[in-house]
Design a protein around this ligand. Structure first.
Ligand code: SF4
Length: 457
């Protein structure tokens, strides 16, 4: 019903509906405002799922992604061979509350003038604009984007959803959006609110909504994403996964395979997994997908930038992943202090067994990047040091992953008590400022840890 593609103007693909009076809905992925940002195969997955379900519900849909090179190819740094890459950036003054942080603040993504030109060229104007949001502390980029949209399309209602809107709902009410959606769009109350904004009620929610990111809006992608599930059955006290997706859901394997087939056919060779819990219940979706890739001799590079659950690295899973072409591996260790860890996702035997299964399957130690959680409230330097040493002794590559306090998570209250900063302000959730480290971010301290990792065990 909505499978006719037409390039309306450079950079924008509208997916049309044959429904009479179908509303025109424009999805927007806004800029990132931060001290640092790098494209680790990043796509606005939630927004792509929303556009897909709205398309199936009868809307005409399109995407303008401020973080995609197609929007502003002249200013975009070339990507690496594996699809990752830098974003263009424009230096900005630090927001007032962050004035003491000794780092350069920037807007990442397409040039503002180019964005304005592209948006202005959209005719007729959309009936509804859907802005997504990711990190809570990126909200200045969201507000700046909504301001621009309101200037260009003063009559079009703007709805804001995504991570920031869900976790900081009250704060997001001041974003300038006409509607703020907290939680998934496919939740019946959110779905009804959105269609009411268009003056339409009682539109049925399409089946399997929320599990099909539509990546076809990207005309010439350097990479694509794979999402086999949403959410995570664990509830680590520092993680927002269960706040964002209260239920762990898996996609139908046929859907995921068809997505990979289509992307491969149009030349995509780098695929990044977007799951929070890729290896959970892997027989259902991951195994059929990997079997498809292996049996059809697809030559591709798979990337897992979200930490994999080490406890589920069985010999079979590791063999399949290796054979199918997994190239980028990030492992969620967090700490080697197993008796005091604050989550329950990994035990010491599982840790050693997982690593040995990966090696047995043919992965090499130097490729195994292990996330160590740093900057937790009250965490000692010694604890961090021990975890880093343990990884180095095993020949693995530890990478410090700084804690970001997330409202609504079990650890947030503790973080609030411990932090020197007012965490009600989302800008202080930024892990680049080390919000729960006494004294905050310091270049000396960062250098200290970098050298420690470099010098080895
Ligand atoms: S296991 Fe990972 S994704 Fe799941 S809750 Fe813990 S940190 Fe989040």
């Amino acid at each position: 019903m909505h499978n006719q593609k037409k390039v309306e103007q450079p950079s924008i693909i509208w997916r049309y509906s044959d429904k009479k009076d179908a509303p025109r809905i424009l999805g927007i992925n806004p800029w990132i405002y931060d001290f640092a940002a790098y494209n680790v195969w990043t796509r606005p997955t939630g927004l792509l799922c929303c556009l897909e379900m709205l398309g199936r519900a009868g809307a005409c849909t399109a995407l303008v992604d401020f973080m995609d090179k197609e929007l502003d190819p002249d200013h975009w740094p070339g990507p690496r061979k594996n699809g990752q890459g830098h974003y263009p950036k424009t230096a900005l003054p630090r927001p007032y509350v962050l004035k003491g942080v000794p780092r350069q603040f920037s807007r990442y993504g397409a040039d503002k003038k180019r964005v304005r030109d592209v948006l202005t060229s959209i005719y007729p104007e959309p009936d509804l604009i859907l802005v997504t949001s990711l990190m809570t502390y990126w909200y200045p980029g969201v507000i700046s984007c909504i301001r621009l949209l309101k200037e260009i399309f003063p009559r079009t209602p703007v709805s804001l959803g995504g991570v920031y809107a869900t976790l900081c709902y009250e704060h997001a009410l001041n974003s300038g959006a006409d509607l703020v959606i907290s939680g998934p769009l496919e939740r019946p109350d959110n779905w009804t609110k959105l269609w009411s904004l268009l003056g339409q009620g009682q539109v049925p929610i399409p089946e399997d909504s929320g599990l099909k990111p539509d990546t076809s809006y990207y005309a010439r992608p350097d990479f694509s994403i794979i999402m086999t599930s949403r959410g995570c059955p664990f509830k680590c006290p520092y993680c927002a996964s269960s706040k964002l997706y209260p239920r762990f859901r898996q996609a139908e394997p046929e859907l995921v395979i068809e997505h990979v087939r289509q992307e491969y056919e149009r030349g995509v060779r780098n695929f990044s997994f977007y799951d929070d819990a890729l290896l959970v219940n892997s027989e259902s979706v991951l195994y059929p997908l990997l079997e498809y890739i292996i049996d059809n001799d697809l030559v591709l590079r798979l990337h897992a930038p979200n930490a994999l659950h080490i406890r589920y690295l069985s010999p079979k899973t590791c063999r399949f992943l290796k054979k199918a072409g997994l190239e980028t591996i990030r492992l969620g260790l967090e700490t080697t202090d197993f008796s005091n860890r604050v989550d329950s996702k990994l035990g010491p035997e599982e840790w050693h067994r997982g690593i040995s299964n990966l090696l047995e399957a043919g992965f090499v130690r130097q490729d195994l990047v292990v996330y160590v959680l740093a900057g937790l409230p009250g965490q000692t330097k010694d604890e961090l040091d021990i975890s880093i040493r343990e990884c180095l002794k095993m020949g693995l590559r530890p990478e410090l992953n700084y804690y970001s306090p997330i409202p609504g998570t079990a650890m947030f209250e503790q973080a609030r008590k411990y932090s020197d900063y007012p965490l009600e302000e989302p800008l202080w959730h930024n892990n680049s400022v080390w919000p729960c480290v006494k004294g905050g971010f310091s270049w000396d301290e960062q250098k200290y840890w970098k050298e420690k990792i470099k010098e080895g065990p």
